[in-house]
Ligand binder design. Structure first.
Ligand code: PLP
Length: 360
């Protein structure tokens, strides 16, 4: 969490219910309104389009299910590389599902399925494993031309790349505060006035009835503070991280044989997803952890489950290669020293994991 977010959070920790009519409730309401306005301004949205949620997962659920239920149609268009927050939500609707194809670089490559109307079309802006940036503006334009509402999971993008919700043209967009230095357990849904998702949760009508429940003012203020700082740093951080990431990739390729790089441009500047065929991803992670290097296989949420990533399989990577995958994500605290430290330990880690071989 960024220090500005911690400070804002602590400052407003005692805020009362912003829905109350008495003075302290109105004071809390004014903090909430300011946060909403700041966030809307930073993301190219109107304040009324900003809906506070408890996570990116919740924002994805409210949008996909709410737009699906608002439509008389029973078809959903999505991609095979969505995060489980979208993938499982789409599955739970029981809709007829069509998948936009993904090429060997992990990018959605053919949008023609969007020419036939659907209840909702949903596509992530950038993939959480490979970092691949998807053609979301073309996606939104093409679906909109067919009259299909669109949801964009921008959890990996908000605070890392410029976002202009209105220019993008999507109906709804999901973000998660912990990805840009805000509090964990706090997310955002941007939702146009129309078509709006129908309520999935039922209650007191807060947040246009789309996300009822008493609001967390301290989190809202912390999100606004974190996003303000993150957006101001986007250009400098993107250039810095891309240079570090490229040095890490080149250093790995010169030191280690038989490496498959999965992250292909256009991609987030801080992502590097690769495979060391012959090694088991989980062994690599454990050996790296022992050396003080924290990396993931696949998505952090599903770590601990030893199987090939669906995202890599969808891009045509073999099961054998996908099982040797490791994702390095670079962020605000990553420096040249971090890259040197990883390059210092990785050759030995890969050699040991390869010697241990693959399980079953
Ligand atoms: N969507 C994507 C692309 C993500 O990477 C994540 C989390 O990493 C989520 C959704 C879920 O967000 P949250 O952890 O806030 O529920």
């Amino acid at each position: 969490m960024r220090q500005v977010a911690v400070d804002a959070w602590v400052e407003h920790a005692q805020a009362l219910n912003p829905g109350s009519q008495y003075r302290s409730g109105r004071a809390a309401r004014s903090v909430l309104d300011d946060a909403r306005e700041t966030i809307a301004g930073l993301l190219g949205a109107e304040p009324i389009e900003v809906i506070f949620t408890a996570s990116g997962t919740e924002a994805d659920n409210l949008a996909v299910t709410g737009l699906y239920e608002a439509s008389p149609l029973t078809r959903i268009i999505t991609t095979p590389i969505e995060h489980p927050a979208v993938l499982e939500t789409v599955r739970a609707t029981g809709a007829q599902v069509d998948h936009l194809p993904v090429d060997a670089t992990g990018h959605v490559c053919d949008l023609s399925l969007l020419d036939t109307p659907a209840a909702v079309a949903t596509c992530m802006w950038a993939n959480n494993e490979t970092g691949a940036i998807q053609p979301v503006a073309e996606f939104a334009a093409r679906a909109t031309a067919a009259g299909t509402p669109t949801h964009v999971d921008a959890v990996q993008v908000v605070g890392r790349l410029p976002v202009d919700f209105h220019a993008l043209g999507a109906t709804t967009l999901a973000a998660s505060a912990h990805k840009f230095g805000g509090p964990r357990g706090a997310g955002l849904l941007l939702a146009r006035r129309s078509p709006a998702p129908v309520p999935v949760l039922h209650g007191g009508g807060q947040e246009r009835g789309i996300r009822p429940g008493t609001l967390d003012v301290a989190s809202a203020a912390a999100i606004a503070a974190a996003l303000t700082e993150a957006v101001a740093e986007i250009d400098s951080e993107a250039a810095r991280l891309a240079a570090l990431r490229d040095r890490l990739r080149e250093g790995i390729l010169t030191r280690i044989d038989d490496v498959v790089v999965h992250t292909a441009e256009p991609a987030l500047p801080g992502h590097l997803h690769l495979s060391f065929p012959g090694a088991e991803g989980d062994s690599l992670i454990m050996l790296l952890d022992q050396q003080g290097v924290e990396a993931s296989t696949g998505s952090a949420c599903s770590s601990g489950v030893n199987r090939a990533s669906d995202v890599l399989l969808a891009a045509g990577v073999s099961d054998h290669d996908a099982r040797g995958a490791v994702r390095f994500t670079l962020g605000r605290e990553t420096t040249d020293d971090t890259v040197d430290a990883v390059l210092g330990v990785l050759p030995d880690v890969v050699a040991r994991a390869r010697a241990a071989g693959m399980a079953g």
